[in-house]
Design a protein around this ligand. Structure first.
Ligand code: GLN
Length: 525
């Protein structure tokens, strides 16, 4: 019984909890046991909090037994990306410069999880400060992809995606600045949503690039993502970019989409520039098959062109480093986090230099240098200014495309999961991974990634990305849930049913993951 609980989507587990057929302590213990069994090898978590999780779970069980309404998700466990501040767990953004740092407050999304009586299990691994597409840039060693442990789980949110795919947690929180929720979803066979910019609070989310960052759900089903989005979304006066408006219930939209099984009248625009050459054959094949499923359900498939999308990666890698270099200036060894004193002491500047030199990894340094250069007097107009103009052109491409389509679709990533080390020496190859996901961040529109099968050539997951106009996240859930239901019917069950059995902690022959030690020990690594 306990083992089976980890296989349940959050919605189904929640139903058992509400019916009091299962307790939150049982569900939480099942997740913790699964983490103990597989995470030594996968390294999806940087920190687990077993005692606190069991305490929270038993408190929720008690409240439920006393007749209190603990909400529709009360007692369900959840994993949290380490980019989000948690006042009872370290929050490091996978950087040495924040090693062991425990924030004095919770991110708004974390506070909302707690109010909804979800049970935080721990913090998930990521690329340092969310810079990367493979989680190899974590200062604490990478996460393995549960589908093939010699391969990356995507990034930057590889930990959250792997934890959910490997049944360590029913769902998780992620953040997406250029694809860090959708690309890991693609390569792990999970669902991930980047909400409309401003739809979910970033208060307490460690900032990467403030005009692009969004927090969002990572899950195994569209309904679970919707349920989580309903919990974390909505206006937050503490985030000045938060949209002050009422959102519909995304869970209702997902349930309606699943029940409908029909897409008559929905215009699906296929973005010509986000496909074709450079995309793996098996990715293209599964994508075309998904289009056929959409068409068979009554959707009208139209081709749209977004001519400026080809400049999106270039514009992003000026805007992101510019904003990141400014956001990361606060890690100075003075206010919080790591401090490195040069031998024999030194000036404030020398302490800062030593701290930043020792505390930041190579990718973070690369982007700080790039951003500082792009913003420097004399180059500002040529680089940052031009990139912002390109951004406007990309936004106009979206407006034009949405005039003829209700949603836009593309593969979520150009290839399936690549192997460790494959792109570490070639930053540009790494950056090009996000060619499909970056445009939505630049325009602020919402995007969902969901699994559409395994590539025939390597048996690894492939994802489709669905994008909607800003504020129309509801379309993603309705259409995504319909597509998910039709695909599951075709496959005879969810894609993750085909995940190979993972060897457990008992299998002593497993080599440790490439990088520092990883035993889940309930403490900071
Ligand atoms: N891979 C992209 C980058 O390296 C996206 C990161 C993200 O979404 N946080 O910037």
């Amino acid at each position: 019984m306990t083992d089976d609980l980890t296989r349940l989507p959050a919605a189904e587990l929640a139903a058992l909890l509400t019916a009091r057929e299962v307790s939150s302590v049982e569900a939480t213990r099942a997740s913790l046991n699964r983490i103990a069994a597989v995470d030594g090898d996968l390294h999806a978590f940087l920190h687990t909090a077993p005692e606190a999780a069991l305490r929270t779970a038993s408190e929720i069980d008690r409240r439920r037994a006393d007749g209190y309404d603990v909400g529709p998700l009360g007692g369900v466990p959840i994993a949290i990306k380490d980019v989000l501040c948690t006042k009872d767990m370290p929050s490091t953004a996978a950087s040495k410069i924040l090693e062991g740092w425990i924030p004095p407050y919770d991110a708004t999304v974390v506070a909302r999880l707690r109010s909804a009586n979800l049970v935080p299990l721990g913090k998930t691994n990521m690329d340092e400060f969310a810079m990367g597409s493979s989680t190899e840039h974590s200062a604490y060693g990478p996460t393995r992809n549960p589908w093939d442990r010699d391969r990356i789980p995507g990034g930057s949110g590889g930990g959250s995606a792997a934890a959910v795919a490997a049944f360590e947690a029913p769902f998780a929180l992620g953040s997406d600045t250029g694809g860090s929720i959708r690309q890991p979803a693609a390569v792990t066979g999970t669902v991930g949503v980047k909400p409309t910019y401003g739809g979910v609070s970033r208060y307490g989310a460690i900032a990467l690039a403030s005009s692009l960052d969004q927090v969002g759900p990572v899950s195994r089903t569209v309904l679970d993502a919707a349920l989580l989005h309903d919990v974390i979304g909505g206006h937050d006066p503490r985030d000045s970019t938060s949209l002050d408006e009422l959102w519909p219930s995304f869970a209702d939209a997902a349930r309606a989409g699943r029940a409908a099984g029909d897409l008559t009248g929905v215009r699906v625009g296929v973005v010509r520039e986000l496909g074709g050459d450079g995309f793996q054959a098996g990715v293209r094949q599964r994508f075309d098959e998904a289009l056929a499923v959409l068409a068979a359900a009554g959707a009208e498939i139209v081709e749209v062109s977004a001519p400026h999308f080809e400049y999106a990666v270039a514009a992003y890698y000026l805007i992101l480093p510019a904003e990141a270099s400014s956001n990361l200036a606060k890690y100075d060894g003075v206010r919080f986090g790591l401090r490195v004193e040069p031998e024999g002491g030194g000036t404030v500047e020398q302490v800062m230099a030593a701290t930043r030199g020792a505390g930041f990894g190579p990718e973070v340094k690369r982007r700080i240098i790039l951003g500082t250069y792009a913003l420097s007097a004399g180059y500002y107009d040529a680089y940052y200014g031009s990139a912002q103009k390109v951004r406007t052109l990309i936004q106009r491409d979206f407006d034009a495309a949405f005039a003829s389509s209700d949603v836009l679709v593309s593969p979520s990533a150009p290839t399936t999961a690549f192997t460790f080390g494959e792109k570490m020496d070639d930053p540009l190859a790494m950056y090009l991974n996000d060619i499909t996901t970056i445009p939505a961040n630049l325009a602020g529109v919402p995007g969902m990634g969901l699994p559409i099968g395994l590539a025939p050539e390597d048996g690894l997951p492939v994802g489709i990305q669905i994008m909607a106009p800003a504020r129309e996240d509801v379309r993603l859930y309705r259409i995504g849930a319909t597509l998910e239901a039709l695909l599951e019917e075709k496959w005879g069950g969810p894609l993750l049913d085909r995940l190979p059995e993972l060897e457990t902690a008992g299998s002593a022959h497993l080599a440790p993951p490439p990088g520092p030690g990883t035993e889940p020990d309930g403490g900071t690594r």
